[in-house]
Every structure is written in structure tokens, then in C-alpha cells.
Write a protein that binds this ligand. Structure first.
Ligand code: DGT
Ligand code: CA
Ligand code: CA
Ligand code: ZN
Length: 562
């Protein structure tokens, strides 16, 4: 299997393209294709032989050509060229947040710094004091710390991919395992995987699992291994009467655990990973999670809520929300097609959305000023609408809504005038350019877009890219207030590297009465699954179906935004 090798190649390409200052869309596309190939079940070479590389999630035509060149010739000319013209230190330094190509070249060429470690040492020794002011040096320091803390964390598709591989391996051996840890809580980044089992064979089985590079520690009831891509997996064995208590403990979070343990103590009980006990040591519960919560006087707390953010009080009072589920989502409200920067046709996207059981979807190709994403002019949108009409006839009762992801320009005005914008069914406003403005101006831009009568929702409100770029420093409380005032929705963008709004802010928006919209922001068919990641964020934000606008029927939804 050449999956790891091809993934490595694409990651390298992404790094070098970024080092040469090319646009972000490309960079992200390379990295997400790499992650997808690294974690997929099938063999990339068989896809290639069968000439269906672009069936792979996140692999569009351009990337498929590059993979083809590499598998045919063993080389990739673009990569060679970029390698020749890029000093090796540059991509390494650019992993530090806040260091762009220009600074990286300067550090390498003029100052001879070619690695993050050297940069760290130079900062500590004071040798950069004459070169950079204190605030820049501080930002390098912060960037280095973040890099070190993030490098070990996975995004959800990667973590899920590893989990799926492991569960099919165990499944084939007839060994049952359960997932715990941050992945079970649906957290947007995952440090390591935590697996539990009641089957004693699990300990030997994990050590023999293909892809295990190293056994970090091993005992009769626990093992930790490192896989060859660096992911750590912790496996623990419990008896079936302990299993529920263990599942609570290893699902966490740690803060939730501590709080319920204290609650148990207050009630004269003892709670640990083996069970809930009374003073005499008699087991009161442990076999199931429900049993343990019940004996603590609590209603079952869904894993996504276990963060000690008020869920324990809510559970004790019987006031837990009835969390939104994937099945509640009736329409995917943001996606891109080959009309702009998506990799497949509108027809394919629509058929795939229908197949996923949705009643409706919005196609939201980019608007004209996002040139790097091949944004549409009015004339091209009108041509796209003709295609929508035809497809709607054929796919009925499924329905494609005319949507757009309209660019918020530097001054807060939008691409297109009001008259044209009003011909869309749904308009998302989005900021992709000119992030360098200060917080006030960025906030003003967003607020101005929210006050525009044709706008229905704000796309990925902060523009964060997890592990790569902090969100814009906009005044989110104000944005939420303005959304409420103007009756607009805020998006939970399901792209795994965005997940924007995040759980904390989505909860806040819900509490202020602002409806949320969960969507995939898909650029390929496989990415339609991103909605599931958005739902995980929503559940972590305590949202119920009623808080999410696209759980409504098409008619009710359109009424609510007209
Ligand atoms: P991660 O892996 O960093 O994404 O986050 P988690 O939550 O999966 O954390 P991990 O793998 O270190 O541990 C799994 C769970 O085990 C954690 O969520 C709660 C529990 N746990 C770990 N250490 C402690 C501890 O010191 N005290 C308590 N009460 N629970 C702990
Ligand atoms: Ca973990
Ligand atoms: Ca762990
Ligand atoms: Zn796009």
C-alpha cells in the first residue's frame, strides 16, 4: 500500500506551495487530500489502476493528476521544482503560527535560522532582540508553544479513521471494543484514542495489530501503543460489572469525572473507574453508565456534554436538553460545485445529497470577487440556476435552493446589488480576504453584512483554521447581538478544520436566541459527511433540534428566512 507515501507527498506539496506564497485554498486542498488518503480503507494504487482516483474523498481532478504522475513516474515535477527553489528551513518555520513566507525567508537567509528549535534557541539567547520588537518576538514564542501542543492532536476525520480501522481489526477477531475519550465526546481535536473492552484477548490483539510501531507500556489490564503515523492508542480491560463505570471514567472529561466523584463523596459514596460503592465497599452500580448515573440521582448525560459546564446540575434537576441528532437535519445548507471551487458537478452533489436522505439543499458557490475559488458572476449564477431548475424537475420532491456564499468586501459591502441578491433563496455572507484589519474594522465589516436585508446567515464566523490559524479577533458577543437584532442565522461550518462557530460560541448564540445553521461546506461528494462533525459541535453546544434552522421542513425553513 502506498497510501502513507502518497499522503506524505501531498503534505509536502502543500507545505512548499504555502512557502511560495500561493493561495490558501490550494494549500488546504493538498493537506486534506493527504489526510483523507492516509486514513482511507482502500488502497490508493487500486483506485489509480481503476482510473477512479477522484472517487477518493477530497481528491479532485488536479490532485488526481498529480497522484497519477507520481505513481506512473515515481516523481512529481512540480514538487521537484518547488524543492529546488525553497530553502528547507522555510516550510519548517512556517509551521509556527504568525510566520508567513516573507518572515520565514528572512529568518533563513539573513539570520541562518533553519528550524523551529533554532528559532526557539535564538529567542532565548536574545540574539533576535535587535532584529524584531518585543511583540513580534512574543508572537513567535506563543506560536512555537502552540505548535508543540497541537502537533500531537488529530482532527476528527483522522481520529475516526483510525478508530474505524481498529474496530474492523478487532471485529474480525471477534473482540468487542468500546470507544471512550475525547473522540466519544465529539471534541474537535483528539489527542489519543482510548479503547475499553471486557475481552481479555484485547491486550495481545492490540500489540499484534498491523500498523503498531511501538508498544509504549503493557500490563495484564492495560496497554498503550504508538501507530506508525504517531497516533497513540490506550487500551484497557475491565470486567463486565465494572464496564459502565470504566466507560464513564475514560470518556471523561477529567473535569466531569472530578465533579461527579465529589458529588458521590457528598452522598457518602465512592466513585472510581471500577464502580460506585457505598461506605462499606458494597457495589451499588458499575455495569452500565445509566446505572451509575441513576444511583447518583442523575439522568444519563450524553458524552458530548460531559465537560463540567453545567451538565451535572442540569442532569440532577432533570433538565438536560434533548440534543439535536444527525437524523434531524433536513437540508445541507452550504456546498460548492465545479461551478466555483468544488470538485464535482452540481448534478452529482445534488444526487448525493438526496441519497443521504435530505429533503433539500442549498448550493452556495462563491461570488465573483473570490477569484482563487473561481467565484461566479451574475451571468454565471443565472446559468447555474437554469441547471438547478432542470435538476429540481428530475429530483422532485427533493429540492435544490439557489444559494450563494457571497463575499464581504473590505469595506463591509457585498458582491452584487440588492436586487440581484434578492433573487437567491438563501444568501450566506462570508469573509475570505483582508484579515489583517484590526478587530474593530473586521467586526464592522461583519456587522454591516448582517444588517444587509438580503443576507440570511454568516458563514464560518471567525474564520479559524484549527491548528493553523486563530480565528479573527472579531467581537463575537456583538456579532451575536446583531444577528439577533436583524434576525439572521449563524453557521456551524462542518469542515473538520473549521468547525466554526465552535461549541462555546454556538451555545452562547443559542442562549441569545440566534438560530444556528449546520452544514457541510462540502467541495466534493465525500465531504457531504462533514455535517456529522457540525452536529457534534452542536451537541457539545447543548443545541436541540429547535435551535437549528435546517431541521425544519423546506417550507417552514424558507418561511423563516423570507
Ligand atoms: P485527549 O486525548 O487529549 O484528546 O483528551 P481525553 O479526554 O481523551 O483525555 P485522555 O486520553 O488523557 O484520558 C481519557 C479520559 O480519562 C479523560 O477524558 C478523563 C480520564 N482521565 C485521565 N486522567 C485523569 C485524571 O487524572 N483524573 C480523572 N478523574 N480522570 C482522568
Ligand atoms: Ca484520549
Ligand atoms: Ca488516553
Ligand atoms: Zn469554497
Amino acid at each position: 500500500m502506498k497510501n502513507a507515501e502518497v499522503a506524505e507527498l501531498l503534505d509536502k506539496l502543500g507545505e512548499l506551495v504555502e512557502a511560495n506564497g500561493e493561495d490558501r485554498f490550494k494549500v488546504i486542498a493538498y493537506h486534506r487530500a493527504a489526510t483523507s488518503i492516509r486514513n482511507m480503507e482502500g488502497d490508493v494504487e487500486s483506485f489509480w489502476r481503476e482510473k477512479r482516483l477522484d472517487d477518493i474523498q477530497y481528491v479532485g481532478e488536479g490532485i488526481a493528476k498529480k497522484i497519477d504522475e507520481y505513481l506512473r513516474t515515481g516523481k512529481l515535477q512540480l514538487l521537484e521544482r518547488l524543492r529546488e527553489r525553497t530553502p528547507p528551513g522555510v516550510p519548517l518555520l512556517m509551521k509556527v503560527q504568525g510566520i508567513g513566507p516573507r518572515t520565514a525567508y528572512h529568518l533563513t537567509h539573513s539570520l541562518g535560522i533553519t528550524s523551529v528549535e533554532q528559532l526557539k534557541a535564538a529567542l532565548e539567547s536574545g540574539s533576535l532582540d535587535s532584529e524584531f520588537g518585543p511583540s513580534v518576538r512574543k508572537s513567535f514564542q506563543v506560536g512555537i508553544e502552540k505548535l508543540h501542543s497541537f502537533e500531537k492532536r488529530m482532527l476528527l476525520p483522522e481520529a475516526e479513521g483510525v478508530f474505524q480501522k481498529l474496530s474492523s481489526y478487532f471485529g474480525a477477531l471477534g473482540v468487542q471494543v468500546g470507544m471512550a475519550g475525547s473522540l466519544r465526546r465529539g471534541k474537535s481535536t483528539v489527542g489519543d484514542l482510548d479503547l475499553l473492552s471486557t475481552d481479555p484477548r484485547v491486550i495481545e490483539a492490540i500489540k499484534g495489530c498491523p500498523g503498531v510501531a511501538q508498544v509504549l507500556e503493557s500490563g495484564p489490564k492495560r496497554t498503550s501503543v504508538k501507530l506508525d503515523d504517531g497516533v497513540q492508542v490506550d487500551v484497557r480491560l475491565f470486567s463486565s460489572e465494572e464496564y459502565g463505570a470504566a466507560l464513564i471514567y475514560f470518556t471523561g472529561s477529567k473535569d466531569h469525572n472530578i465533579a461527579i466523584r465529589n458529588l458521590a463523596i457528598e452522598r457518602g459514596r465512592k466513585l472510581n473507574e471500577y464502580g460506585l460503592f457505598d461506605k462499606s465497599g458494597k457495589r451499588l452500580a458499575g455495569q452500565t453508565e445509566e446505572g451509575v448515573y441513576d444511583k447518583l440521582g442523575m439522568k444519563y448525560v450524553p458524552p458530548e456534554m460531559r465537560e463540567n459546564r453545567g451538565e451535572i446540575e442540569a442532569s440532577l434537576k432533570g433538565k438536560l436538553p434533548d440534543l439535536v441528532k444527525f437524523e434531524d437535519i433536513r437540508g445541507d445548507m452550504q456546498m460548492h460545485t465545479a461551478w466555483s471551487d468544488g470538485s464535482v458537478s452540481l448534478e452529482e452533489m445534488a444526487e448525493a445529497a438526496k441519497e443521504r436522505g435530505y429533503e433539500y439543499m442549498a448550493v452556495t458557490d462563491h461570488s465573483v470577487s473570490v477569484r482563487v475559488a473561481n467565484g461566479l458572476t451574475e451571468e454565471r449564477f443565472r446559468r447555474e440556476w437554469k441547471e438547478i431548475e432542470k435538476l429540481n424537475d428530475r429530483l422532485s420532491p427533493f429540492r435544490i435552493l439557489r444559494g450563494a456564499e457571497v463575499e464581504i468586501k473590505s469595506d463591509g459591502s457585498l458582491d452584487f446589488d440588492r436586487k440581484f441578491l434578492d433573487e437567491f433563496d438563501i444568501v450566506g455572507a462570508s469573509l475570505h480576504q483582508n484579515f489583517k484589519q484590526d478587530a474593530d474594522r473586521l467586526t464592522e465589516r461583519v456587522v454591516r453584512a448582517l444588517s444587509h436585508p438580503s443576507v440570511d446567515f454568516l458563514c464560518h464566523p471567525t474564520n479559524r483554521l484549527i491548528g493553523r490559524r486563530e480565528g479573527n479577533p472579531i467581537d463575537l458577543p456583538k456579532v451575536i447581538r446583531k444577528a439577533k437584532e436583524h434576525g439572521k442565522m449563524l453557521e456551524i461550518d462542518g469542515q473538520p478544520h473549521r468547525l466554526d462557530l465552535d461549541d462555546v460560541w454556538a451555545k452562547r448564540a443559542m442562549e441569545e436566541g440566534v438560530p444556528l445553521l449546520i452544514d457541510s461546506d462540502a467541495h466534493s461528494v465525500g465531504e457531504l459527511d462533514n455535517v456529522g462533525y457540525g452536529v457534534a459541535v452542536a451537541r457539545r453546544a447543548w443545541l436541540e433540534a429547535k435551535d437549528v434552522a435546517n431541521t425544519k421542513s423546506r417550507r417552514a425553513f424558507l418561511n423563516s428566512i423570507s
